[in-house]
Design a protein. Structure first.
Ligand SMILES: *Cc1c(COP(=O)(O)O)cnc(C)c1O
Length: 417
């Protein structure tokens, strides 16, 4: 199996391992499979979610140096359940049982275990730099904590991350160091960029959501979930996916192209709507982001859009395959309340975008809303709407009761080394 760049198609080929270690293609494009493979004939649901996901990943690692490690990596990385929640005959796929209670745990953990294998074999070390304003840093820190030959430096802006997010960023020791930066998120990002450009520094890398190692697991859980759904109901479902950088949704498109039983894919955005506008006007215009209640989706220039354009290059094929709707903050609040009043089920603001879109735009009787995070992560938004406290799930509880450690530094990247 070979990978190519979204930009220079068919000229340079990379293995999955090379793509994982590089992150970005040398020409600045994103890595995509040369051809999307079919689900292997050996695929089975009888050995658990992690094993089904492993089966879905096998073709991407055919002939790769990680080929014989893949089963062990999947067993270690996907060590938590991937359940459906059924309410009033409608299903929600809960992707939030990983250590930081959001779907990013799947990708971050797969990437960390894969990089560890590759680096140990090469006898090399890497330091991952992450600038974060919230969720990503926690998922990356948790995934890389304790992984050999890897170090993580997490940078977050002083006083600008929510208390529970802060705990997820600072509860680490050993190979993970957290820096509270005297400055804004933009300062943190600038420091990381400057460190990457400093030629006296070696062995620096990132764990961005565009890394192939984060995207592939997101394909794998759709192959698993769609097959589970079909087994249970005898029908292929529509997936409604709360989206920002569209990495999660790209995973679903790859799963569908592999032959997973998926009727169609619908993106649910917040007020940031470059894709909805593209579908309407035919002009793709990336823009600055707007702050919303579903803040992990506050993206005006989706980083994975090149991968969708590689699959659906013109507006006609894009319209044939992609539907997207935008949900306002008022609708997010109303939907969290509506769902809770109906059934007592509590959803996060991102999942609420998905549920609103299902209720307003999906006519098929078989649909799955993808729940991207546990509502307890967004208790300050959700609790006033439902009028009660949300019990903290075990995974979040564990992370919130670690000893916080952060180095307070001025906004100069030299302070990181
Ligand atoms: C990252 C994230 C999203 C958006 O996912 P993309 O892959 O960027 O589209 C949605 N919800 C939550 C909770 C997230 O953390």
């Amino acid at each position: 199996m070979r990978f190519i760049s979204t930009r220079a198609k068919g000229e340079n080929y990379f293995s999955a391992s090379e793509a994982i270690l590089k992150g970005l293609a040398p020409d600045g494009g994103l890595f995509i499979p040369e051809r999307i493979p079919a689900i292997p004939k050996t695929f089975t649901l009888t050995k658990g979610a992690w094993y089904a996901m492993y089966q879905a990943l096998i073709p991407y690692f055919e002939g790769d140096e990680l080929e014989n490690d893949l089963e062990e990596i999947c067993y270690s990385a996907f060590s938590f359940p991937v359940p459906f929640h059924t309410e009033g005959g409608k299903d929600t796929l809960e992707l939030y049982f990983g250590p930081t209670a959001a779907f990013k745990d799947f990708g971050a953990r797969f990437l960390a275990f894969s990089m560890e294998k590759l680096l140990k074999r090469r006898n090399e070390e890497l330091t991952i730099l992450v600038a974060t304003s919230g969720d990503t840093g926690g998922a990356v820190a948790s995934a890389f904590h304790g992984r050999e030959n890897l170090f993580v430096k997490v940078l977050f802006p002083e006083g600008r991350v929510a208390e529970r997010q802060r705990m997820q960023l600072t509860g680490w020791d050993g190979n993970v160091t957290s820096y509270e930066v005297e400055g804004s998120f933009d300062d943190c990002q600038r420091m990381v960029k400057e460190a990457f450009m400093d030629e006296s520094l070696h062995g620096l890398s990132s764990a961005n959501s565009i890394n192939l190692g984060r995207l592939l697991p997101q394909m794998a859980y759709y192959v698993y979930a769609a097959s589970m759904y079909e087994l249970r109901y005898g029908e292929a479902p529509v997936f409604v996916i709360p989206s920002g950088n569209v990495g999660n949704a790209t995973g679903a498109y790859w799963a569908k192209a592999m032959g997973a039983p998926i009727k169609r894919i619908v993106l649910a955005a917040n007020a940031n709507k470059p894709i909805t506008d593209y579908l309407e006007t035919g002009n793709y215009e990336p823009r600055a982001s707007i702050k919303t209640l579903a803040n992990a989706m506050d993206v005006g220039a989706p980083s994975n859009i090149e991968r969708l354009f590689a699959m659906f290059p013109d507006i006609e094929s894009f319209r044939e395959n992609v539907s997207a709707y935008s949900v306002s903050d008022d609708e997010i609040k109303a939907t969290i309340k509506e769902v809770y009043d109906e059934s007592g089920y509590v959803i996060c603001p991102h999942t609420a975008c998905g549920e609103r879109v299902r209720r307003d735009h999906v006519t098929e009787s078989h649909s799955v809303v993808v729940s991207t995070a546990h509502p307890a992560k967004f208790n300050d938004i959700v609790e006033p709407l439902i009028g009660r406290e949300i019990a903290i799930p075990k995974n979040l509880f564990e992370i919130m009761h670690k000893t916080p450690r952060a180095l307070y530094i001025a906004a100069d990247y030299h302070n990181l080394f």
